[in-house]
Design a binder for this molecule. Sequence first.
Ligand SMILES: Cc1cc2nc3c(=O)[nH]c(=O)nc-3n(C[C@H](O)[C@H](O)[C@H](O)COP(=O)(O)O)c2cc1C
Length: 209
Amino acid sequence: MKKILVLVAVIATVLVSGGNTFAQTKNTAALDVIMSRASVRNFTGEAVTKEQLEIILKAGMAAPTAMNIQPWRFVVVTDKEKIAEVFGAGPRSGMFKTAGAVIVVCGETTVKRKPFGQPDAPEQEMPNMFWYEDCCAAAENILLAVNALGLGAVWTAGYPAEERVAPIAEKLGIPTGVVPLCIIPVGVPTEKPTPKDKWKPENIHWEKW
Ligand SMILES: Cc1cc2nc3c(=O)[nH]c(=O)nc-3n(C[C@H](O)[C@H](O)[C@H](O)COP(=O)(O)O)c2cc1C
């Protein structure tokens, strides 16, 4: 009886998916989250909970990453005084003063691994040339998760602006070789900016440039 039920479930799955058992369920909610995201720079000052932050960081760590190295590191600051001390002086610091939390997305710029094509060689510390791309992907996932939770956030620049990176790294004790890529204030929004329409067909070159 159990075997028949399993068989029926498999046949139903194949029929529903049009014959492709690996077909994903359509999820237009994900598209809504992507298309409704817009940078938010004004917050109520309310806290963002640890539970919310963990969901947001899980989304960050779900990003694609070259060779699965996962070079991202996150410094999360929720203490109001610390936020004011570290981020309160720069340009457009107002958004930091009212944020419930600040996530600094950092990248470990070196990796310990075997050289390519040398499976028997010992692991070596070497530059990870893809840290930047991986951390950008993580940062975008973070912005999307924030939007999905009904919170707001904005990507503010860190790397490669050394004048922004150095004081933050120093104040947060970020070690050498780990670079703050971007600084994301997160909070309960006091505004709902309309997403910018960036759809420009002229930016697409079908089949050939
Ligand atoms: C690499 C990068 C750096 C950015 N730096 C800042 C910044 O320092 N301050 C800021 O207010 N917004 C910053 N932004 C946000 C952009 O201004 C914003 O994404 C852009 O205007 C498009 O608007 P949208 O995010 O609402 O679609 C940055 C975005 C990126 C991707």
